[in-house]
Design a protein around this ligand. Sequence first.
Ligand code: BEZ
Length: 217
Amino acid sequence: MEENVKAYAMPRIGDIAPNFSAMTTVGKINLHNHAQGKWIILFSHPADFTPVCTTEMSGFAQRKPEFDALDTELIGLSIDSVHAHLGWVNNVKKNTGVYFDFPIIADIDMKVSKLYGMLQPNESETAAVRAVFFIDPARKIRLIMYYPLNVGRNMDEILRALTALQTSDKHGVAMPLDWRPGEKVIVPPPKTLKEMDDRLADTECELIDFYLAKKTL
Ligand code: BEZ
């Protein structure tokens, strides 16, 4: 059996997003100085000019107005040069009219990929996996997705999860299974006997039991 020897650090939910400066298709950016006050979706794809990546990147570009509405900036990344990125952006625009109107990091030295656990050598030694980091305005990592090379991500789920995080922050609530905007949310469970009694007497909530109650926002 082959030895599983290579390992890079994996950022975790709750960590401050590791800072970096990198060359992109819009010039050099520094993560912590970029889009201050906004959320950032930092996502990687394995390679330019590949089919699944083209569908995903086009999905991000086509749904960018929805990310804008959520005060969220997109940053893409792959282990390709700026020239390759520019050629791919131009090629997709020519073929389909879709324009990748957000920075794409040219991570040719794999610095950012390694920093974010996007390089998972037992999947590929040279291409980043399909990662998505949800980074809040305080530059804290709030949600992480990792997909393999051969399965594209789900844009509805990325937007749903981002909306769920922002709604949770704004209202101090949690989101149940399959929650979608407009549906009932979970109110925090009581922490004292008094709070439990108050919750049991609460007529505003849909009360399943004292520890599981839902309300409409
Ligand atoms: C793709 O995007 O189609 C792809 C990229 C790298 C490996 C496999 C598939």
